[in-house]
Design a protein around this ligand. Sequence first.
Ligand SMILES: *Cc1c(COP(=O)(O)O)cnc(C)c1O
Length: 378
Amino acid sequence: MNIKRNILLNPGPATTTDTVKMAQVVPDICPREKEFADMMKGLRKDLLKVVHASPEKYTSVLFCGSGTINIDICLNSLLPAGKKALILNNGAYSTRAAEICEYYGLPHINLKSSIYEPIRPDEVEKALKENPDIALVYTTHHETGTGLLNPLQQIGTLAHRYHAIFVVDTTSSLGMIPLDMEKDNVDFCMASAQKGLMAMTGLSFIIGNEDIIKQSKNYPKRSYYCNLYLQYDFFERTGEMHFTPPVQTVYATRKALDEYFEMGEEMKFARHKRVFEAIHKGLEQLGFRNVIKREWQSGLVVSVLYPDDPNWDFEKIHNYCYERGFTIYPGKISTTNTFRLCALGAIDEKDIEDFFAVLKEGMEHYSIRIPVQYNQPE
Ligand SMILES: *Cc1c(COP(=O)(O)O)cnc(C)c1O
């Protein structure tokens, strides 16, 4: 089968390999069959390897839903009665976590800081010192909205020093930036299949400390569908997801994981870096400016400032590129006009070079000045 190859420069779902696409086409199967349960068992075990988590201490739990379901589940399931969550908020995805706390009425501190700078450990420590009832520290590893990376190891050390668990949204870094649960002091991390693993949408997973999950059995039950212990316990007893799994996506994820291990963590990380460098090179040649300081960037997402050109129209440029097989994405900063170029997915340097040829052509087509102009000095 010949499937058109689109280059997705949006922050996931990412460009997938044809072999992963085709892995979804399988004979019909009832997901309550042992054959399917066995596959999920292997998948749960192999997911641990991606974050170097020992199966003696950690487990992974699968859910049917987009990545946000993980944030919802971790927050509502892992907070003991009478305790507080500390949300370290320097971007749109941590804001989502704070909103989830509000929706569930969870006691929490929404510790906001600049979306242009990584979280400062001294501010985290101050909050932990002042609030001994914090039992859960939460942050986003890679703030996909801006491309900013937060320092996990330091925050995790502080969380543990003050006897709190450390929950991290790693949705847009897992399987791309190497992560080691133990060394990085992470108790819970999460992702969905369509991002770093380059599979399909619909399957999400949480990897975490098994003892803490067992303890959470006695925590307040705030959701039925989105309860971590309930799903974990069902998996342990039956090998199955409590409710209907996204069957075809599970097959695709199995295949994607095989391809992940075939390539290896280091090689894959190197490829993402290569793509990221190619994005920067292309942007520089056209005169575009970044929003986040280079040394704080994740290496996966570049936030680009709109030029001050009366002919610049993101929508038109997007459509021009889209019609030619390249998808670019608007920014997620409410105060500044930006767009994003991302280094996720099964793409390489050459795809980025092809993209910039099309982008340049599009800019010329719409008479946008090259190099692009900005009114403010840098
Ligand atoms: C993509 C993403 C999510 C999940 O978003 P969904 O739209 O629910 O898939 C959560 N956190 C981060 C950091 C993300 O990049």
